[in-house]
Design a protein around this ligand. Structure first.
Ligand code: NAP
Ligand code: G4F
Length: 377
């Protein structure tokens, strides 16, 4: 018999990689997709099966984390062996603008899933993974952060996830449920949403070198993040639910990098050297020189003239709109418990992650330019 998994947030970055992984392992994957005016299934289109096909291993259901009845109906119908609760309003900056909605989806949404399992008497059958986050550490009380580090949330997003973290533990203890938290540090990929910092940078780099964007406006360049690849992190989610006992795990690489260094590394990958000067809102990043051989190999000779004209220009600028009312300055994880108990280790280094993201963004931007020039309206 194939195992049945339900993934909330299946259309997101992690949902897509996790679906791919579980399908490869022989699961029948069900996903909850909220209704939107556009289809929004780009990240899982390669896995999608026509609903009229008999033996589907990916099935989508319309639903929403704010709708308990809908969640209960879906869970009742499919009787999952495992639920991966990935759905969230996951953007920290946006959570300051939509705090109530963020609390509803991320906090109460988690409660709705747990309560459905209890009401449907699936507590002995269904295992739950809760997508907890390193944002819980916020104003970090110790470095590196591990499972025992006290939490200090610094945003409505982190506060909503704190509730979700504790309600998951409470249901585990109160009802003997197999409910686990993965406290995942930042993980990125070519599937990362365009407004998260890494993807914003790799996408802007592609647009700048291909001549359709002049400058990249950023927020706080000094914060540090422990970045891994989402492909590695969904492996950890799966492993957490395969253990004998439910537990909570930190998943991280153990290396932290500033946003400024991420930008420097990313530009350098295609032969561009930047120099940062000035402070705070006046800080800028200027192109100081170009390794033409690397640029030609990575981007193409066709675009050399565009980038030559930008040498000596400031391409990185600061806009205070991107600052947060309260910032998380340093996240650095200690995943020793996961290494020892789950035998999980990341395969991707930061360099490999950046290569993957740049390659895909250059391809995508070239495709965009091509269609933009040939389409007629
Ligand atoms: P993501 O790309 O933003 O995906 C979020 C998913 O949740 C999307 O499928 C989204 O649907 C769905 N969603 C949002 N609101 C919903 C609602 N009201 N009802 C149903 N679905 C809803 O996030 P991600 O990076 O894959 O992260 C997955 C989870 O891990 C999230 O819970 C996030 O908070 C957590 N997390 C992420 C990281 C990280 O670095 N990526 C680290 C730690 C924890 P649409 O496609 O329709 O928007
Ligand atoms: O990429 P970010 O928006 O990610 P953040 O806030 O760390 O949150 C992500 O990781 C969490 C895990 O720790 C997840 F729980 C959460 O769902 C999400 O996936 O910002 C990273 C850093 C911040 O310090 C931010 O202030 O980059 C800084 N930053 C500087 N300029 C910027 C920008 N962030 C964004 N999004 N856009 C900027 O222009």
């Amino acid at each position: 018999m194939n195992k049945i998994a339900l993934i909330t947030g299946i259309t997101g970055q992690d949902g897509a990689y996790l679906s791919e992984l579980l399908i490869k392992k022989g699961y029948i994957v069900h996903g909850i997709k909220r209704r939107s005016s556009l289809l929004n299934t780009n990240r899982i289109d390669h896995l999608y099966k026509d609903p009229n096909q008999f033996d589907r291993n990916l099935v989508l259901h319309y639903g929403d984390m704010t709708d308990s009845i809908n969640l209960t109906r879906i869970i009742s119908k499919i009787q999952p062996d495992e639920i991966y609760n990935l759905a969230a309003q996951s953007h920290v900056k946006v959570s300051f603008d939509t705090p109530e909605y963020t609390a509803n989806v991320n906090g109460l949404g988690t409660l709705r899933i747990l309560e459905s399992i209890r009401l449907l008497k699936l507590t002995n059958k269904t295992r739950i993974y809760q997508a907890s986050t390193s944002e819980l550490y916020g104003l970090a009380q110790e470095t590196p952060q591990k499972e025992t580090t006290p939490f200090y949330p610094r945003s409505p997003y982190a506060a909503s996830k704190l509730y979700a973290y504790w309600i998951t533990i409470n249901y585990r203890e109160a009802y003997n449920m197999f409910a686990c938290n993965g406290i995942l540090f930042n993980h990125e990929s070519p599937f990362r949403g365009e407004t998260f910092v890494t993807r914003k940078i790799t996408q802007a780099l592609s647009r700048i070198v291909l001549g359709i964007q002049n400058e990249l406006y950023m927020g706080n360049l000094s914060s540090k993040r422990d970045w891994g690849h989402a492909k590695d992190y969904v492996q950890a989610m799966y492993l957490i639910l395969q253990q004998d006992k439910p537990d909570d795990y930190v998943i991280a690489t153990g290396i932290a990098t500033t946003i400024r260094d991420f930008i420097l590394k990313t530009f350098k990958k295609i032969g561009i050297n930047l120099l940062f000067k000035g402070k705070g809102i006046n800080e800028t990043g200027m192109i100081i020189d170009l390794d033409e051989d690397i640029f030609i190999t990575k981007v193409g000779e066709l675009y050399l003239d565009i980038i030559r004209k930008k040498i000596g220009l400031d391409v990185i600028k600061i806009n205070s709109t991107y600052f947060r009312p309260t910032e998380v300055e340093l996240l650095l994880g200690d995943a020793t418990k996961a290494y020892n108990k789950l035998l999980w280790k990341p395969h991707y280094t930061l360099d490999m992650l950046i290569d993957d993201m740049i390659t895909k963004d250059l391809e995508e931007t070239k495709r965009y330019i091509k269609t933009r020039h040939t389409k007629q309206y």
